[in-house]
Design a protein. Structure first.
Length: 147
């Protein structure tokens, strides 16, 4: 499971060889995987991504900062549109997992999948740039409270 998380997200968790993962399945097809201290990931059938309550896991990934006007849409499940993006890290290829943060305090409010390369972001003025996979208050957020 640890190797699967590392290869899927393209990160190194820097865990000891003896590290073990513990899993909780509060709903069929959704598994919360805890590895190391403070590292929690969601394995949702077709995709692995960090849980928003796991700051240690979120720090492993590139980020994108959105303006205040985008927040309410993202918290309702909308995808990240280019006009709302204020800043972003270089993540490389499309398909990468990116943490979405709000502009004022830098808090993570969503996790998305890049629909474009980070290089294409610079030339975009409109359109979807990140598909919303997980946001504060969604079903994964609620399921985590049950375990």
């Amino acid at each position: 499971m640890i190797e699967r998380i590392e290869s899927t997200l393209g990160v190194s968790l820097n865990l000891a060889r003896s590290a073990q993962a513990s899993c909780e399945e509060p709903e069929e097809g959704v598994v919360f995987v805890n590895v190391g201290e403070g590292l929690t990931f969601v394995d949702a059938a077709t995709r692995i991504f960090p849980f928003l309550g796991s700051q240690a896991a979120l720090r492993l990934l590139p980020g994108s900062t959105v303006d205040e006007g985008a927040i309410r849409f993202l918290l309702n499940g909308a995808d990240v549109m280019r006009p709302g993006v204020r800043a972003y890290d270089q993540w490389g290829a499309a398909g990468k997992t990116v943490v979405v943060r709000e502009e004022k305090k830098g808090r993570a409010i969503a996790v998305g999948e890049a629909t474009v390369t980070s290089e294409e972001m610079g030339s975009m003025s409109k359109g979807i740039c990140l598909k919303n996979l997980h946001h504060v208050g969604d079903r994964y957020w609620a399921l985590h409270k049950t375990i």
